[in-house]
Design a protein around this ligand. Structure first.
Ligand code: SF4
Length: 412
């Protein structure tokens, strides 16, 4: 069972965080169900984006830029922006749906200094020709991009998917596919879907004025399924892959017991997963990286770690178990002694949860903070700033009181 005491609280904060989230456009070439961005302003100029890069460098101390949107690959200056980030010494990672990715553009981006991709693929994106296919069938699409990016070489690749109540049981299909491709896929991330329902909620802005919440893309008229939580996603992965263990977390900004980010890293080879890293290795990776480079880390430069990772086994009981499994495997299959050993991360993100008082439990030390109007705001709620000037509060609609007959005030 998940316990915060056996998981490392990632040391990230507002001003010292490995991730800087930069949105280059709000235009997209798909219309995913779980998207939280509206098309309102279009592409940002290259000059504006360079200013944001420098702002993040000054105030955030990032190790990587998550270049997001909209769809970043349709921005006309994406290659120049990647080159500028690389020159500034911060790893550029593009978050994309892949639709606009061609081998030629991929090569140009790599030459410009791209470090990798986080590719969002799931069955609720309404992709032409993929509409009625489930998550397992979408592995074919994941495979196409994994092969294309591996053929270019030297790029980090993580697959994201939003988890809806009806795709929750299919999570193990995505995890197993990723494990079979451990040489090409460095991680998978599952983001649980959340929506506010307009039929039973009312929303107010920072001045306590009621607003039309249907203007926000992450609201729906009604939703009668149960939302999935991060611990439930953790459990279904664990039930199907006992080698998986979460080693790092971020809690909530309101609730003491929430797990908003859960991060784990499997250790294995192309034939078998041996186990995971534990809390101690995660702590050493974060603090060691910070000591050496001055920054915390979210994306490693390589997932091919080799057997040296097991040198940390004496201090890490979870990793020690992985090492024992590795020894057993080699004794059974001596030919695997020289097989490469990789890590593959599994991340779980539980999007903001509305509390009964109208506030939302956000990710503590939000790694996906972006810039709006010269300030840091959580990227998942930036449209509330763009439309209503700040966070909105959502509370349950009260039953309307039946109008009472006015009482006689005066007796003649
Ligand atoms: S609070 Fe931050 S990390 Fe959490 S879902 Fe929102 S943007 Fe992402």
């Amino acid at each position: 069972m998940l316990d915060k005491r056996s998981t490392y609280r990632l040391p990230w904060s507002m001003n010292d965080n490995p991730i800087a989230w930069i949105e280059v456009t709000d235009i997209c070439n798909l219309q995913c169900e779980g998207c939280y961005r509206q098309h309102m302003t279009g592409h940002k100029s290259l000059e504006e984006l360079k200013e944001e890069v420098l702002f993040f460098k000054r105030w955030r101390n990032p190790d990587n830029f998550s270049i997001a949107g909209g769809e970043p690959l349709i921005h006309p200056n994406i290659v120049e922006l990647v080159a500028f980030m690389a020159e500034e010494g911060i790893k550029p990672i593009i978050l994309t749906n892949g639709v606009a990715l061609t081998p030629e553009l991929l090569h140009e981006l790599k030459q410009a200094g791209l470090a990798g991709f986080t590719m969002h693929i799931d069955s609720h994106q309404g992709r032409p020709h993929w509409k009625d296919k489930n998550e397992k069938e979408h592995n074919e699409l994941r495979q196409k991009y994994a092969d294309m990016i591996a053929a270019e070489g030297g790029l980090y690749l993580v697959f994201n998917s939003t988890v809806y109540p009806n795709t929750f049981p299919e999570i193990p299909d995505v995890v197993s596919w990723a494990q079979a491709n451990i040489e090409k896929v460095q991680g998978v991330v599952f983001i649980t879907y959340r929506t506010a329902t307009t039929s039973d909620s009312v929303a107010t802005d920072t001045h306590d004025q009621q607003i039309d919440m249907s203007k926000l893309s992450y609201t729906s008229k009604s939703f009668d399924e149960q939302f999935t939580t991060a611990p439930e996603v953790y459990q279904i992965i664990k039930d199907n892959c006992p080698e998986y263990e979460a080693s790092g977390y971020l809690g909530g900004t309101i609730r003491h017991d929430s797990f908003k980010w859960l991060v784990g890293a499997l250790v294995g080879g192309k034939h078998q997963m041996y186990g995971s890293i534990g809390k101690t290795t995660m702590e050493l990776a974060q603090t060691g990286h910070h000591l050496l480079t001055g920054r915390y880390v979210a994306y490693l430069t390589t997932a091919k770690v080799g057997p040296k990772i097991f040198l940390l086994s004496p201090w890490d009981p979870i990793l020690r178990q992985a090492w024992k499994n590795r020894i057993k495997d080699v004794l059974r299959h001596p030919g695997r002694l020289f097989d490469s050993i990789y890590t593959q991360s599994i991340g779980i993100i539980q999007a903001p949860d509305l509390q009964p008082d109208g506030r939302a439990d956000m990710c503590d030390s939000c790694p996906d903070i972006t810039i709006y109007d010269g300030k840091f705001v959580n990227s998942c709620r930036m449209d509330e700033y763009r439309l209503f000037g700040g966070f909105v509060s959502v509370t349950e609609k009260k039953e309307e009181e039946p109008e009472e007959e006015p009482e006689e005030m005066f007796v003649k």
